[in-house]
Design a binder for this molecule. Structure first.
Ligand code: ST9
Ligand code: ZN
Ligand code: ZN
Length: 331
């Protein structure tokens, strides 16, 4: 990595943006290109310490109460599935279904447990990612390589195109949601309470766990696990897998990422039909988030679930897919 004092790019450099179709390495992925980087050392130090702490947390697991690990796994799924995949992603970014107030409140709290930026910022970046995929206006542009799209983008100032083109994205729906506004306003306090304090306090108070075990296992290791699983969707699922629905884009069908990320690895489908609440054709198979949304729909807390019709999916796969679409066998 090279560092510069100013992350802004000259107009000629900005105009060297490559589109996915200009790729040339045979896998359909453009090669990384040189560009000035402005490293945010505060984030580098924080992320490094966090990952070292996460390894330490793993080492502590055999010496800790089993419930502490169970609690960490619960928090991982609670924050990942309710806060990120069902909440920030499928509801708030893509509006693929509607949710009643009590469900939105719980999902916003779960989002603070996940500590991945508040819902408004997360959704703005993710709308940018879909609209400008694999260009400089995509915050985690996968054409800049695995590391950049995985977590490198959080260690650098954003490309000026992200900020300029991101301003063109309509965010009025989120600005109008009182739950999103409340979470944004009290984000720091909510993270301190829900991501750090409560996850540490519960094992200490409920089963007399030590402060060290509770903090490193239920906070640090759990947080780093959820982060890396989330980041795999931006990195691995943009690089590796089949492209049955649209062969011209990078996002791919990646079963491993889906298994890890609550169903979010069916990424070629998702980028082709982003309005579909299920983000894939397999129903409940390897898609925990779809199970959750369907359960919420059954209670009436979620409604107006949007899907792509099988005929539309079939026609699209036959027209633009890479030939790996399994048709009816996919179900
Ligand atoms: C994290 C996010 O990890 C992960 C997102 C992943 C998404 C994956 C999606 C896939 C599905 C989900 C799968 C989940 C699976 C889980 C399941 C488990 C079972 N548009 O950002 P700033 C403007 S976060 C428009 O500071 P810098 C705007 O005016 C991890 N405008 O830019 C903004 O001001 P404001 C923890 C934009 O200085 C201003 O620029 N968090 C846009 O370049 C400044 O913005 C961290 O590590 C836009 N898109 O800094 C924090 N963006 O916001 C990391 C910006 O007031 N972040 N503007 O309106 C940072 O420190 C900084 O953002 C930075 C860039 C250093 C990266
Ligand atoms: Zn999406
Ligand atoms: Zn994507």
């Amino acid at each position: 990595m090279t560092s510069s004092t100013n992350g802004a790019m000259a107009p000629t450099e900005t105009s060297r943006v490559r589109t996915p179709k200009q790729s040339s390495n045979g896998a359909g992925i453009p090669q990384p290109r040189a560009q000035p980087l402005q490293i945010v050392w505060r984030n580098v130090v924080f992320m490094t310490l966090l990952h070292i702490g996460a390894v330490y947390g793993l080492v502590l697991i055999p010496h800790a109460h089993t419930y502490t690990t169970v609690w960490a796994i619960f928090l991982h799924y609670f924050s990942g599935v309710l806060g990120i995949t069902a909440g920030a992603h499928r509801l708030w970014t893509h509006r693929s279904y509607k949710a009643r107030l009590p469900l939105r409140v719980v999902m916003a709290a779960a989002n603070s447990v996940a500590f991945q930026n508040h819902i408004h910022e997360w959704s703005r970046d993710h709308r940018c990612h879909h609209k400008y995929s694999e260009t400089d206006a995509d915050p985690h542009n996968a054409s800049r390589g695995f590391f950049f799209s995985h977590c490198g983008w959080l260690l650098l100032r954003k490309h000026p195109d992200v900020k300029a083109k991101g301003k063109l994205i309509d965010m009025t729906d989120l600005a109008a949601d009182p739950v999103v506004r409340f979470q944004k306003r009290y984000y720091l306090a909510s993270v301190l309470l829900l991501c750090f304090a409560l996850p540490t306090a519960v094992p200490i108070l409920a089963w007399q766990e030590s402060l060290r075990n509770a903090f490193f296992i239920a906070v640090v290791s759990r947080y780093v696990l959820t982060l890396n699983v989330t980041w795999l969707v931006n990195s691995a699922a943009h690089l590796w897998g089949n492209r049955p629905y649209d062969r011209s884009i990078h996002p791919a069908e990646n079963g491993f990422v889906s298994a890890m990320a609550g169903g979010e690895g069916w990424h070629n489908y998702h980028h082709t039909f982003p309005f579909d609440y299920a983000t894939g054709e397999l129903g409940w198979r390897i898609n925990m988030t779809t199970v959750f949304i369907d359960a919420m729909a059954w209670t009436g807390l979620a409604y107006d679930l949007r899907t792509a019709s099988p005929n539309v999916v079939r026609a699209r796969a036959l027209r633009t897919g890479d030939g790996t679409w399994k048709g009816e066998h996919a179900h």
